[in-house]
Each structure stands twice: as C-alpha cells, then as structure tokens.
Design a binder for this molecule. Structure first.
Ligand code: ADE
Length: 243
C-alpha cells in the first residue's frame, strides 16, 4: 500500500511514522509513505499558499494552484485523493476497511478556513472527518486515518487481532488480564486461569455483551447476535434492573 501526504507541516509526521507498529510496517515495506510539502508549490517570492476569502470574513483560504500542483501528479499516478476535513464522511471501522483496500491513497491536509471550493470539487475524490470537533488542521486526522488503515494491511499485525477488535464484531471487546494474578486485592477471574477454552470463550462473549450493553447500547441494534447472545443480554438487563 502506498500513501502520499500533502501538508504545510511535513515535520508533524516524522516521529509518529517512525514509531511502534506503524514504524515497523514502514520499515518492512508493507506500507510506503511519502510526505510532500505544499509550500514547495507556493506562489511568488514568499511561496504563498493562501489568501483572503472572496466576500470577506475571518481566516484564510488555501489557493487552488498550489494544491493542484501538488495533487495533479499524485492523481496521474493513480492515487485516490482523500481530503481530511470536518465536513467529510465520519471515519469508522467500516470506512477504514474500505480505504485499506485501496492500493494508493493521497491524503490532503487542510488548514485555516479550508480550501478553495474549486480545488475541493476538481482534485478530491473523498472527504473524511475523524469526528465532530474542529482541529487546527488535517495533519492529526491524517495520522489517525493512517494508523486505522495501516493496521488492517495484511502482515502489519496478527490477523486474529483485528477480527476480535471492538467494532469489527459489532461489539466492544471483553476485558483483558495479565500477570499478576492478584493486584491490590483484585483477582483475575478464575475462569481465565482454568485452561478451559470453551468456558473462556463463553465468559468473554458475555463480558463483551455486558460492556456493550452498559457503554454503547446503540451498537446492539446492528451487531450480529445469536439466540444465545439475546438470552445473555436479557439476563444482563435483568441483573442491571435488580442491582
Ligand atoms: N480538520 C479539522 N478538523 C478535522 C476533523 N475533525 N476531521 C478531519 N479533518 C479535520
């Protein structure tokens, strides 16, 4: 998978892309990332990339010519161009999986009050938002998107890890425990020490349902539930009513 990034702040990407799982994926060549400085396509002696909005108002708007100069070659190379913008489609597990299936992405990081509408409509294939809040630019959203997408690329992490992810199953994940067996008088649930795989799996499913019921009951409306899951949810609801 190849990802190009167009940004006014290339240095933001240095450390995150060299660190941990994503750093290793890049090192191993599973994902290839290039960062392009939009300023290199700036206009005039000051390499200007923005200007005042026509019609007046606060803030600055990115001009279309520098964006076109940066994005056109990426489009010609076959990239699917994604603008990070609060007005975009909300990033979800489902959208991350769609994007992970695209071999070449170009991520465009907006700044200021946004970009000229003609650049948006003629240079961008898709707009993505990471949530209903406004950040100062698209760099952190681009990193969030890269992290969510790269971990789905085959070989980056164990396949079994994302099959059990929260959201992939439609439910939140069950609690996890590691050593020690007792921490500040809190014990690891006995079933996890039993070595009984069937019972461990049943306990995990029950706790996953419990957590989803308590924290994100909205997810239960679309989750893939068996008859046994529904019985478990009835019991858990009953427990909660009588707690
Ligand atoms: N740029 C500014 N805020 C953003 C958000 N929430 N998502 C994507 N890009 C953004």
């Amino acid at each position: 998978m190849r990802i190009d990034i167009v940004t006014l702040f290339p240095e933001v990407f240095d450390v995150p892309l060299r660190t941990s799982v994503i750093g290793r994926a890049l090192e191993r060549g599973l994902v290839e990332v290039s960062v392009h400085d939009l300023r290199e396509h700036g206009l005039g002696r000051h390499r200007s990339v923005d200007d005042y909005p026509y019609g007046g108002g606060a803030g600055m708007v990115l001009r279309p010519e520098p964006l076109a100069a940066a994005i056109d070659p990426l489009r010609r190379a076959g990239a699917h161009v994604v603008l990070l913008d609060p007005a975009g489609e909300r990033l979800s597990d489902g959208l991350a999986r769609v994007l992970a299936g695209i071999p070449h992405l170009a991520l465009v990081c907006g700044r200021y009050e946004g970009l000229d509408e003609r650049a948006r409509t003629s240079l961008v294939d898709r707009e993505v938002s990471i949530g209903d809040y406004v950040l100062t630019g698209g760099e952190l959203p681009a990193l969030v998107l890269i992290d969510a997408v790269a971990r789905l690329v085959p070989g980056v992490i164990e396949a079994a890890s994302h099959e059990s992810d929260s959201f992939a199953t439609g439910l939140l994940e069950h609690p996890q425990y590691t050593r020690p067996e007792a921490f500040r008088e809190m014990e690891v649930p006995g079933v996890l020490l039993s070595g009984h795989h069937g019972e461990v799996a049943r306990w995990r499913r029950r706790e996953s349902l419990r957590r989803t019921l308590e924290r994100r009951p909205d997810l239960l409306e679309t989750a893939d539930l068996s008859d046994e899951d529904r019985r478990t949810l009835d019991e858990l609801g009953h427990e909660a009513d009588h707690a």
